[in-house]
Design a binder for this molecule. Structure first.
Ligand SMILES: Cc1ncc(COP(=O)(O)O)c(C=O)c1O
Length: 391
């Protein structure tokens, strides 16, 4: 968009981020983990759709010192926007990008020989004389994603620690089966393996400063996973990791966490029209007016992240009332039934996700309708939509 107009244009669809809800959720977790454990705000995937820079700024103001991102590019965006805290790049970093990461003081996950070779090259070339490469070893404990274990881990860690200018700042793992179940034997085995692997490193003189393993569900359910740092994603945004996590939390009386959803997703009624009984609505005439129907046209569609599987299924809130989606979600538009909404007119706000008066549409409701999880609903909201911070 032309920059000249960008900030003057009224958005037709937007995302509101509540700074007070985010603050309240982070305070809940500060109390839960206690003063000796740090919190990492996991802001990958555009802060789970909430807006990475906006969330990082708010979290930093509240005293969060660690940020978890996926790519070096995400870390650079934080630095360009003045974020000073520690940033850990948790996803794959092509070796060519390590120099940029180090230059911008980004920590990064390490588990690959190509990384060790590149770091050794940077060290030989003198680049690491003034800058330190801060790495976090990824320990494979059973998720079968990134990481190393056993002898391979020790050999790799020794290799890295022998490179001048490389600091093994941290070591971490990630749980495979903690939010999907109420049965945590596998998670417990991962906890044991993490401790064993850390002990194996210590035995060869590699004493890692920052150990971390907990995501939201682990942080809530298992205090022994807190170590020095907890990586908070979904729950920081006020959403429970799963109903299973909530059930176990309830059993163990850890469900008194008052999590407040941070995000609301809104659009504007563009037109209201009346269809005669029996009229087909939208592409494929897949919607159907079963009575004389007042239809509101909304300027939001699957391009915005409003999933096409919500066709004929979802509801939106207009003037505090639930309105059914009629017909197929289009690329940039959809239609809803406002027959029973008194006074509905162009310009009205329609809530796709969030509360309006006594009604609420949750990420879990939308996730249930399209067969996915709340994580995916929020992370897939188009990052180009404006994120507006509200109190
Ligand atoms: C490595 C890692 N740590 C932490 C998190 C945060 O998890 P959650 O959103 O369940 O708190 C994620 C999210 O996928 C992750 O990949």
């Amino acid at each position: 968009m032309f920059n000249k107009y960008k900030n003057k244009m009224r958005p037709k669809t937007w995302v509101e981020i509540s700074s007070s809800a985010l603050k309240s959720n982070l305070e809940v977790f500060k109390r839960l983990v206690g003063p000796k454990v740090g919190l990492m705000a996991v802001i990958k995937a555009n802060a789970y759709g909430h807006g990475a820079v906006e969330v990082a700024r708010m979290a930093e103001r509240i005293g969060i010192a660690w940020f978890g991102v996926d790519a070096v590019q995400d870390g650079l965006a934080l630095r360009e926007n003045g974020i000073q805290g520690s940033v850990l790049v948790m996803g794959y970093t092509p070796p060519e990008n390590l120099r940029t990461a180090i230059e911008s003081d980004l920590s990064f996950v390490a588990y690959g020989q190509e990384q060790a070779q590149e770091l050794a090259k940077l060290s030989r070339g003198g680049f690491l004389k003034t800058k330190r490469a801060k790495v976090h070893l990824k320990i494979e404990t059973g998720t079968m994603r990134q990481g190393l274990f056993g002898k391979e881990l020790v050999v790799f860690a020794k290799k890295l620690s022998a490179i001048k200018g490389v600091e093994i700042q941290g070591a971490y793992t990630h749980f495979a089966n903690i939010e999907d179940t109420t049965e945590h034997t596998f998670a417990a085995s991962q906890m044991r393996r993490f401790d064993e692997e850390c002990a194996r490193l210590a035995a060869v003189g590699i004493n890692v400063k920052v150990r971390h393993s907990a995501c939201s569900a682990a942080a809530i359910l298992f205090p022994q996973t807190h170590h020095n740092l907890v990586r908070l994603g979904i729950s920081m945004y006020g959403l429970w990791p799963s109903k299973e996590t909530k059930a176990v939390a309830q059993r163990s009386r850890r469900n008194n966490l008052n999590l407040k959803p941070v995000l609301a997703w809104k659009t504007t009624v563009a037109q209201v029209k009346t269809a005669a009984k029996g009229t087909g609505i939208g592409y494929g005439l897949a919607g159907h007016a079963t009575r004389v129907t007042k239809i509101a046209i909304l300027p939001v569609g699957y391009w915005d992240g409003y999933d096409r599987k919500l066709s004929n299924v979802a509801h939106v809130l207009i003037r505090g009332a639930r309105c059914e989606v009629l017909g197929r979600i289009c690329m940039n538009m959809c239609m809803v039934d406002v027959t029973d909404v008194k006074g509905a007119k162009p310009g009205d706000v329609a809530v796709l996700l969030g509360a309006d008066r006594r009604e609420n549409i949750s990420a879990e409701e939308l996730a249930g309708q399209i067969g996915t999880i709340n994580y995916e609903v929020v992370t897939r909201i188009n990052p180009l939509l404006p994120r507006i911070v509200v109190r």
